[in-house]
Design a protein around this ligand. Structure first.
Ligand code: ADE
Ligand code: ZN
Length: 326
């Protein structure tokens, strides 16, 4: 079989996915219309033409604008359901997805509206599509820690639905240390923790995520390679990195997929995984991310299979659930 067919057939996980980043232009226009809201672009084609980014911030500006048409619980349901049907068709068996409550609560959308819409779709996806899930609530790091604390308070009655907290948005200038108190409280409350670190920011941010936020995974982590001591730590502790190849290309974290750090990371025995980040904006879901990287780096079938297995290893499935796949 071809590499492409091999990738399609592999059971996969998705561990780095912003649900707001799955908002396809067609659905965006549909939901805007039923909410009587206007989008700044004439049509789907014009909107898609705006998807050209020089860095993370240029993307975030468009991503937050897109999310602003999500108002009702059914909007969040439809968004999440569209994503699940898409990846279930790509043989994704398990997802651990992010949502950004502050993007919505700061516009007056109630926390529960957001959470219930997403959660009900995830439940239905588990039952009807056989895709298991965990939910991660991210704090926006360009906002202050007080706002993150308020968001954590809103999550406390929903520990049955939210397993972990994470940290995303504009990285440079917003180090993990800015959020050490709210992560400490989240840990005391029993949440697992993850953080975006080393996407555009320096290795020091990865150290902070590990030592101050006590993360069990690093989201991205590309820049760990600048620091040999850090690489050694990540390898020894087998801390997973959730890499996002097409995101890295589109946000100019790498110039070309041929220059992606994954092979160097694998050579250092890092636990690397492939994920899609914001697939509606970066031109590909899971299979496209595997395929783009496999093509650019000439990955072998055993290497690709290892990456897919790493996803299960790095997940929060229990050992019995993992055993089926690794
Ligand atoms: N929010 C959505 N995608 C993101 C990314 N790649 N980095 C930081 N924040 C994000
Ligand atoms: Zn991300």
């Amino acid at each position: 079989t071809s590499i492409q067919t091999f990738i399609e057939g592999l059971p996969k996980t998705e561990l780095h996915l912003h649900i707001e980043g799955t908002f396809e232009p067609e659905l965006m226009f549909k939901i805007a219309k039923r909410n009587h809201l206007k989008i700044d672009y004439a049509d789907v084609e014009a909107l898609k033409r705006a998807y050209s980014f020089n860095n993370l911030q240029e993307f975030l500006d468009i991503y937050y604008a897109g999310a602003s048409v999500l108002i009702k619980e059914v909007d969040f349901y439809d968004l999440t359901w569209a994503y699940l049907t898409k990846v279930s068709g790509q043989n994704v068996k398990h997802v651990e997805i992010f949502f950004d409550p502050q993007t919505h609560t700061d516009r007056g959308v109630p926390f529960e509206t957001v959470l219930y819409g997403i959660y009900k779709a995830l439940k239905d996806g588990q039952e009807q599509l056989g895709v298991s899930f965990k939910l991660i609530m991210c704090f926006l790091r360009h906002l202050d820690e007080a706002s993150a604390f308020k968001t954590l308070e809103q999550a406390l009655p929903h520990k049955d639905k939210i397993l972990a907290v994470g940290l995303d948005s504009s990285e440079v200038g917003n180090p993990p240390s800015k959020f050490k108190n709210v992560f400490k409280k989240a840990l005391e409350e029993g949440f697992l923790t993850v953080a975006h670190a080393g996407e555009e920011g320096p290795p020091e941010y990865i150290w902070e995520a590990l030592d101050l936020l006590m993360v069990t995974r690093i989201d991205h982590g590309n820049r760990c390679l600048d620091d040999p001591k850090l690489v050694k730590r990540l390898a020894e502790q087998q801390i997973p990195l959730t890499l996002c190849p097409l995101s890295n290309l589109e946000l100019k974290v790498v110039r070309d997929l041929k220059e992606h750090p994954l092979p160097t990371m694998m050579a250092h025995n890092l636990l690397v995984t492939i994920n899609s980040d914001d697939p509606a904006y970066f031109g590909g879901y899971m299979n496209e991310n595997y395929w783009g990287l496999a093509q650019a780096l000439n990955l072998s079938k055993p290497q690709i299979a290892t990456l897919a297995k790493n996803g299960f290893k790095a997940s929060w499935l229990n050992n019995d659930e993992k055993q089926k796949y690794i």
